[in-house]
Design a protein around this ligand. Sequence first.
Ligand code: FAD
Length: 292
Amino acid sequence: MRSHPAEYELVAPGSLQAVVALLAEQPGGWLPIAGGTDVMVQYAAGTLSARKLVSIWNLPELRSIEVSEAEICIGAGCTYSDLRAHEAVAREFTMLASAARWTGGIANQNRGTLGGNIVNASPAADSLPALLVYEAELILVSVRGERRVPCLGFHTGYKKTQLAPDELIRAVCLPRRYAGYFAYARKVGARSAQAISKVCIAALGKMAGGVVEDVRIAVGSVAPVPLRLVETELRVRGKGIDSTLARVARETATGEIRPIDDIRSTAGYRAAVTGNLVAEFLERLGRDGSKA
Ligand SMILES: Cc1cc2nc3c(=O)[nH]c(=O)nc-3n(C[C@H](O)[C@H](O)[C@H](O)COP(=O)(O)OP(=O)(O)OC[C@H]3O[C@@H](n4cnc5c(N)ncnc54)[C@H](O)[C@@H]3O)c2cc1C
């Protein structure tokens, strides 16, 4: 059943301070709405349980991208279009820029925000594998102050996060330490645009002296939360890349994931594709990694 607007209340206090004060008055009583591209889908379907919405769309405190020597901090309210247009993000964090390009269509990219993608906590969210391999940290804000948490571990289960009911994500910070790394990202869906991922992957690797000096691999849509493939990374680090290593990595990766059958794909297809993508990443890292 579709929703009726008269059943909902929407306020727009206009500043971050006023929004967190409202959230603190009644923790869990107000649902933040940023671009609304996830919330309005639930509203339209009649499944939005929250009745009181507080707008955080276009709050200036959530919209800036700050570049310092050590990191780039992206306001949680930045849209995919903001990410695509930002020179330093596009140059240094190519996999996040690719995820932004792959997310929905242009209209969606003009409204959908990075913070919303993280908190919506879909296992298929396209930005999350990139954030996991870049070892992003989230700055969470409430009237109690700010805390900084790793993106790795922020998602605690299907659609569950560490965010407290009175908190917002203020910014997402990416350390600027990946010069010289080879980056590999792929989204596998029913078609190349406007499709939710069947599997998505982001991976970084660095070669030195013919062996894999460092490697990070993350995948989405293959478990209740996006995963770093830590066991696969361990098996690969310090080794030379050949067909034996590719086979070991493929098998280890498929053992680490927990894919399911759903309307978009089957567990078997997702497992096979994940293994293929990990093997392809290693092959390209071996071929092009020392040129990165
Ligand atoms: C047509 C269409 C296509 C799409 N395609 C893709 C796709 O290809 N890949 C993909 O990953 N996603 C896709 N999405 C999903 C969606 O666009 C993203 O998840 C988007 O990033 C959500 O951001 P938003 O600002 O619209 O979130 P909202 O809908 O405003 O909010 C989503 C959730 O996040 C919370 N929230 C938002 N911002 C914050 C914050 N700063 N702090 C705390 N909580 C916050 C809200 O309370 C809500 O629970 C698609 C959606 C549509 C409608």
